[in-house]
Design a protein around this ligand. Structure first.
Ligand code: NDP
Ligand code: GUE
Length: 299
């Protein structure tokens, strides 16, 4: 078998997440014993998207399993912007809450910017406020967006240094693409960002030593776009028809094809998604320690 058609190694996000969870649990126990500090996470979900309900429930369950305080607010789809902002302000002022997560996307009649301008940056565990995005850009990151952080951890564990490598991020959202590109740059990769207006995406992909896809289109990236030996990180979570009346999750990368050429690849599910929730717990702990005036945590 030549290197060209050997199967990629699978990056086990679940196993990495379990390891990180253990170190967060230990640090949380220490903060509780030494300082009486119990991290508190508040989640807000507006409307009834079933996938979002599952994710938010998982976030609360994970918080509880770590001994965090966890509160969930489920608001109807037609809640007014003013009511949502009032809830965010109340949580900003609640000393038992250290992290506030507003699940995106929000209904059309609510301005995302108004919500982010109201959210206390010290409690912005998704790192979506201009303040936290700006700190990252300035090389002084405090709270970092969870999924990009999870991706960097997986890359570190899988290939070590990425200095000088060609990294491509497809997608430029505030939640993932932009912070992911900043983190890759800070780790000294040569970073390209692609999006819906990029010309000849397949060719751009073929240059990438690290190919990160966050598009939201099932199996959009084909196997022959992957540079042989590349590391492929699939952020996409798409629910598609499995053909037997059931549905299944697939990523933004045609996994089977890509695995023929890549050296390392993340599966969906069990790859990047598994890291996201645990990075949210990490951010909640970091925010709690900072709000309590404790020294930065090494996690
Ligand atoms: N695993 C996890 O934990 C997480 C998974 N996700 C998943 O990642 C995916 C992306 O999420 P998110 O960043 O929030 O999505 P957005 O919809 O906000 O962004 C999608 C990006 O993909 C780009 N894009 C769309 N079509 C194309 C195309 N044909 N060619 C190239 N680029 C294209 C868009 O470009 P343009 O800007 O030009 O419109 C945009 O920048 C989704 O599947 C989401 O569910 C998201 C967060 C966490
Ligand atoms: N403000 C905000 N912050 C977010 O972080 C955010 C958001 N809005 N909106 C939607 C996306 C999506 N997202 C995921 C989180 C966990 C999994 C996850 O746990 N995935 C598992 C499987 C899940 C399953 O089986 O359904 C996995 O990939 O193994 C996936 C996707 C966070 N998002």
């Amino acid at each position: 078998m030549t290197a060209q058609n050997s199967k990629a190694s699978i990056i086990d996000g679940k196993a990495h997440a379990a390891k990180l969870k253990a170190s967060i649990a230990a640090e949380a126990a220490r903060l509780k014993a030494e300082h009486g500090l119990v991290p508190g996470l508040a989640t807000i979900l507006v409307g009834n998207d079933p996938a979002s309900e599952v994710y938010v429930r998982n976030k609360n369950k994970t918080a509880e399993s770590l001994g965090f305080k966890s509160v969930h607010h489920h608001l109807p789809a037609d809640v007014s912007e003013a009511e949502l902002l009032a809830l965010v302000k109340a949580l900003n002022a609640d000393p038992s809450v250290h992290g506030i997560l507003v699940q995106m996307p929000l209904p059309k009649h609510i301005r995302e910017e108004a919500v982010l301008d109201t959210l206390d940056p010290a409690k912005d565990v998704d790192a979506l406020t201009p303040y936290n995005a700006g700190l990252l850009l300035s090389g002084r990151a405090h709270l970092v967006s969870c999924t990009p952080m999870g991706v960097m951890m997986l890359l570190k564990e899988t290939i070590g240094s990425i200095a000088g490598m060609e990294a491509l991020v497809i997608g430029r959202s505030l939640l993932f693409g932009k912070p992911a590109a900043q983190l890759l740059l800070a780790a000294n990769a040569t970073v390209t960002m692609a999006h819906s207006r990029t010309k000849d995406l397949a060719e751009v992909c073929r240059r990438a030593d690290i190919l990160v896809a966050a598009i939201g289109k099932p199996e959009f990236v084909r196997g022959d776009w992957v540079k042989p030996g590349a590391t492929v990180i699939d952020v996409g979570i798409n629910r598609v028809d499995a053909g037997d009346g059931k549905s299944k999750l697939v990523g933004d990368v045609a996994y089977g094809e890509a695995a023929e050429r890549a050296a390392h690849i993340t599966p969906v599910p069990g790859g990047v998604g598994a890291m996201t929730i645990i990075c949210l717990m990490r951010n909640t702990l970091i925010a709690a320690a900072a709000l309590a005036g404790l020294p930065p945590l090494s996690l």
